[in-house]
Design a protein around this ligand. Structure first.
Ligand code: HEC
Ligand code: HEC
Ligand code: HEC
Length: 419
């Protein structure tokens, strides 16, 4: 009798253990699926009109043309045969199965992912259906088109990362100290921004070998053909970004007070943050706006038209029809120039780029959309364009640096097919 009671206890215990293990796995799979959305795995590894996660999205980078890979569980063309360690190394160090991966795969941020989250992602990806898809080959510039050069470059990158860690040891200690004085909410926000969403990939300037320069985190960087502005807390506050503005920007890809974000200019819309849970969103936003520096938030300015300036006629003739005679914008047609953060960025890069290349029409939400912004690259010469952008900035922003025709020529060159 006693024996069978003990046996019964064991069976019951085993049942609950298995049950809780199954619950853990279930939780882990759900977490993996959530991270796959928030970390942009799905958007980067899905081509337009292609099967989800099966890769083939094209990226034009400074190093050449790169295609994302098939990360479904297919054994031949996907990740089916990846062990957890191989997956970990690809995510954290950019070590692919065959060769060093290019940094367009954001391993510089993913190296900060926790073990638990990396495992959750692995479990999730091993659980999704296999899709067979052969991919086009990358077309990298010489010498990176040779695996051996790529591997050497990867090795150098790792070395440089090590060197910069020891070089910045003092700063890093400081970072750790300030970190510990911050609460759980701040830590959670930092994890989302730095590790999961990898905002630094575009917004942090790069040093040689494409390594992020962590001493200037989120301080703004010119990428292939767009400028990702300074989004340090001090600058966001100076530009008068509030929690509500950021929430609207991250959920809708649009801020009614600051103008739009140029989603047309790069592959992944909405800054990845649309699927964030409310808790993670609040944490990320308070982290982004957290600074001990006293900052005076600037109100939007409208200095009024100065008809003597050479850009005035161009604005009235070409732009006012959509952006308003006085830069006030037209709802559902085009954003306002007053308070527009693109104009008010330290770098005029995006203002020039958007006039050169235009933007395709798009719908932000079912009932909220904009017209197309035409391109004027052929129409305006460099001097006309410089005058126009200087006009916009002196009328509706606090930026005072003036562009020359040569500056415009440099930006124009980045859009030439052979650049
Ligand atoms: C910004 C776009 C982008 C994001 C975000 C991204 N990837 Fe990638 N990933 C790429 C590209 C591009 C490559 C191919 C790089 C190359 O060819 O060197 C790649 C390569 C990989 C590889 C290597 C495959 C191989 O053949 O060795 C794995 C594994 C991978 N990604 C998984 C993920 C996971 C998981 C996530 C989300 C946590 C993710 N990626 C997020 C663009 C991205
Ligand atoms: C693929 C590159 C890329 C990534 C990744 C990226 N951004 Fe951006 N971001 C941009 C560009 C380009 C702009 C400028 C858009 C414009 O001028 O209209 C921008 C604008 C912004 C702005 C508006 C700032 C201003 O003054 O106009 C904020 C805030 C922002 N990003 C936050 C983030 C956060 C937070 C993340 C991470 C979740 C992130 N970004 C990831 C490219 C990127
Ligand atoms: C047919 C209407 C139309 C005309 C004409 C037009 N634009 Fe635009 N413009 C737009 C729309 C729509 C957007 C927003 C695009 C988007 O991000 O979806 C835009 C965006 C912009 C932006 C970036 C704002 C931001 O929030 O990212 C600038 C700067 C700009 N336009 C300047 C100009 C200038 C200068 C001219 C005249 C040479 C001009 N536009 C003519 C419709 C127009």
């Amino acid at each position: 009798m006693r024996f069978s009671v003990r046996l019964l206890c064991r069976i019951v215990c085993l049942f609950f253990c298995l049950q809780s293990h199954a619950d853990d796995i279930e939780q882990s799979l759900l977490r993996g699926q959530y991270l796959a959305q928030v970390a942009g795995c799905i958007s980067c590894h899905t081509a337009d009109n292609g099967a989800t996660n099966a890769g083939g999205r094209r990226f034009d980078t400074d190093l050449g043309v790169v295609y994302s890979t098939n990360i479904t569980s297919d054994n031949k063309t996907g990740m089916g045969r990846y062990s957890y360690t191989e997956f970990y190394n690809a995510l954290h160090y950019g070590q692919g199965k065959q060769r060093q991966l290019l940094p367009i795969m954001p391993f510089n941020s993913f190296k900060l992912l926790t073990e638990r989250d990396t495992l959750a992602l692995y479990r999730y990806y091993m659980s999704i259906p296999a899709v067979v898809r052969q991919l086009p080959r990358n077309q990298l510039h010489f010498p990176l088109n040779y695996d051996i050069a790529l591997n050497g470059w990867g090795w150098l990158q790792q070395r440089q990362a090590w060197l910069s860690i020891s070089h910045h040891k003092k700063n890093d200690n400081k970072a750790v100290q300030t970190t510990s004085s911050h609460g759980e909410q701040w830590q959670r926000g930092r994890y989302i921004v730095e590790a999961v969403a990898g905002c630094g990939r575009c917004h942090t300037p790069k040093s040689v070998l494409s390594q992020p320069d962590n001493s200037r985190r989120l301080a703004g960087a010119i990428n292939q053909n767009f400028y990702a502005p300074n989004i340090t807390a001090a600058e966001l506050r100076r530009q008068n970004w509030t929690q509500q503005d950021l929430r609207q920007l991250f959920r809708q890809g649009y801020s009614s007070r600051h103008g739009t974000v140029l989603t047309g200019a790069y592959a992944v819309p909405y800054h990845y943050l649309k699927p964030l849970s409310k808790g993670d969103m609040d944490a990320a936003i308070s982290y982004l706006l957290d600074t001990e520096q006293p900052v005076i938030a600037n109100r939007p300015v409208n200095y009024g038209h100065n008809q003597k300036l050479p850009g005035y006629q161009t604005y009235q003739g070409y732009c006012a029809g959509c952006h308003g005679l006085n830069g006030e914008g037209i709802e559902q047609v085009a954003p306002a120039m007053i308070g527009n953060s693109t104009l008010n960025a330290q770098q005029p890069f995006n203002s020039v780029a958007i006039i050169l290349k235009g933007v395709k029409p798009r719908h932000v939400e079912a009932l909220m959309g904009f017209y197309e912004m035409p391109d004027y690259g052929e129409e305006f010469n460099n001097q006309t364009l410089a005058d126009l952008v200087n006009y916009l900035r002196t009328t509706w922003s606090r930026q005072t640096t003036l562009l020359t025709a040569n500056d415009v020529a440099d930006i124009r060159q980045r859009f030439e097919p052979n650049h």
